[in-house]
Design a protein around this ligand. Structure first.
Ligand code: PEP
Length: 246
């Protein structure tokens, strides 16, 4: 499985960043899971510089621009140069501050152009009885995939993160049954854009209040390929317990 942690701005000291990285390396060395961590970019730079482990690095976001007179932007080229191999794109916290599908598509294209593997976040804000959230999710996928070649589409990892399930407790998170249905639905939408086994081979992660209590059941029952983990991935105890639970 892929175990990707989203450090967000939870980690603000070098010391803590080093400890979390050391833990990820230790866990990865005893595991068949693939570990991806996403320190804030300055920390990513110095940790990745000395990285000879199986742990990979992910930029939490990248710019929608390329280099030049763009004060404050972290371009895909910079993220790549700093040591990232993955880029998280379209996280709900970025969408909440105005990023739309057009901007997200631009970011994705820049990531791909620099050889970064994009992890595209999708997820409905809430569920309605008429099932309109399904059309919303389809649009989040379609608006991006429609602009890309088959080769580019095959590079994308999807992170399904229903916004209503983020930042809650494991009991308020998604059920195995609902997640199983959603993974089937997402793969069905993907099959409209990917030929052959493309849709079934696209890794689909789940994120939203995953912790020690629900990780195993979600991993075993739903057809996901891994997790995108927020809070439980930024404390040493909760992260090692969660990985142990898997
Ligand atoms: C997230 O925001 O991507 C996330 C999964 O957060 P949490 O695990 O804290 O719900």
């Amino acid at each position: 499985m892929i175990i990707a942690t989203n450090w967000k701005a939870y980690v603000e000291s070098k010391e803590k960043a080093k400890k979390l990285f050391a833990l990820a390396k230790r866990l990865a060395s005893h595991s068949t899971h693939e570990f991806i961590i996403s320190p804030p970019m300055p920390f990513l730079g110095f940790l990745a510089d000395k990285n000879h482990s199986k742990v990979s690095f992910m930029a939490q976001d990248i710019s929608s621009t390329v280099g030049g007179a763009k004060t404050g932007e972290i371009t895909s080229a910079v993220a790549r140069e700093a040591g990232a191999t993955y880029a998280l794109i379209g996280h709900s916290e970025r969408r909440a501050i105005g990023e739309d599908n057009t901007l997200i598509t631009q970011k994705l294209q820049h990531a791909l152009a620099q050889g970064l593997k994009p992890i595209l976040c999708i997820g409905e804000r809430e569920r309605d009885v008429d099932g309109e959230y399904l059309a919303f999710l389809r649009e989040e996928i379609a608006s991006v995939y429609a602009t890309l070649s088959q080769k580019e589409r095959l590079q994308i990892i999807i992170a399904y993160e229903p916004i209503w399930a983020i930042g809650k407790t494991s009991t308020e998170s998604i059920t195995v049954t609902d997640l199983t249905e959603m993974i089937l639905y997402i793969r069905k939408v993907l099959s409209d854009f990917l030929s052959g086994r493309g849709a079934s081979c696209t890794p689909v992660l789940y994120g939203g209040s995953v912790d020690t209590d629900n990780a195993r059941a979600l991993a075993e029952g739903s057809g996901i390929d891994g997790f995108l983990i927020g809070r439980a991935g930024v404390e040493l105890d909760s992260f090692s317990e969660l990985v142990r639970a898997l």
